[in-house]
Structure formats: structure tokens, C-alpha cells
Design a binder for this molecule. Structure first.
Ligand code: TYD
Length: 138
């Protein structure tokens, strides 16, 4: 995890089945869409304006973050560089590799942040102190 950089993350465009009259649909499938298999899905919603979520790094977890409704910004930090990505389309997902500090902010009203994760919840995978994160990266 100490080698990963903010440039190892990318915005993935999901397939979008469109229909003028019936709306749109995007699909994520294990083995096709992502470089990991999805073991867990969770989502943030009703986040008040001005609140920041995240504020941690993961040792080995891969994630795809999608703004399934509304918008928010994800700031990635590899200990050297920071990169902020605005997510505001339900057919775009930000792939986050392990070893990056991330914060999620600027939630719009009604925003829903869906996270597809490569493993089940494990508190031991979290690095929750920025100083410890910098020590691990450098
Ligand atoms: P946390 O990951 O700290 O939230 P944030 O997105 O703001 O960083 O999780 C908040 C709480 O929810 C924490 O007590 C752990 C718990 N939690 C689970 O029990 N399972 C999960 O899959 C997740 C993501 C969190």
C-alpha cells in the first residue's frame, strides 16, 4: 500500500442502457466491470451540507464510489499529492486503490454515495490517523 499514488485511481464509465421513455440503467458485474469482485455494498445518504465523510485510508481494500444521486467530491491523498474528483453522474464510478487517504465532501442535497467494496467490513483494514498514514507512506 505504501507505493500507491493518486494516479492509480481512475473514473470508470459504466455501461448505461438508455431509453427516452423508460429512463436509464447502469450495471456493474463481477469479472467484467471492475478489477475486484464486490463483497460488500454500502451507501451514505442524508448527509448534511458542510459535513465531511471518510477521513481514513485502507490497507488492502479496493472501492468503487458512485454518486447514484446528486453530487459530492472525493479528495485522494497519497502522502505527496492530492487530487479531487467531482462525482455527479450515476454512470461514473471512482476506483480507489488501497493505501490512499480519502475525504468525501460537498454533498449536494439528496446525494447518495454508493460504495462497492472488495472485502467485508474489517476495522483492522482502516488507518484512521493521518500521522500514522504519513508514516506508513514515507
Ligand atoms: P466509517 O467508515 O468510519 O464512515 P465514513 O464513511 O464517514 O468514513 O463508518 C462509520 C461507522 O459505520 C463505523 O462505526 C463503522 C461502521 N461500519 C460498519 O459497521 N460496516 C461498514 O461496512 C462500514 C463502511 C462502516
Amino acid at each position: 500500500m505504501n507505493k500507491s499514488s493518486v494516479y492509480d485511481c481512475s473514473v470508470i464509465e459504466l455501461n448505461c442502457f438508455s431509453s427516452d421513455r423508460r429512463g436509464n440503467m447502469s450495471v456493474v458485474e463481477n469479472g467484467k466491470t471492475l478489477p475486484f469482485d464486490v463483497k460488500r455494498v454500502y451507501y451514505l445518504y442524508d448527509v448534511p451540507g458542510g459535513v465531511e465523510r471518510g477521513g481514513h485510508a485502507h490497507r488492502s481494500l479496493y472501492q468503487l464510489i458512485i454518486a447514484v444521486s446528486g453530487s459530492f467530491s472525493v479528495t485522494l491523498d497519497d502522502g505527496h499529492l492530492k487530487r479531487t474528483v467531482l462525482l455527479n453522474r450515476p454512470y461514473k464510478g471512482l476506483l480507489i486503490v488501497p493505501g490512499l487517504w480519502r475525504t468525501i465532501e460537498d454533498f449536494s442535497s439528496g446525494a447518495v454515495c454508493m460504495v462497492l467494496a472488495s472485502a467485508e467490513y474489517d476495522e483492522d483494514d482502516y488507518i484512521r490517523h493521518y500521522g500514522s498514514f504519513l508514516n506508513l507512506k514515507n
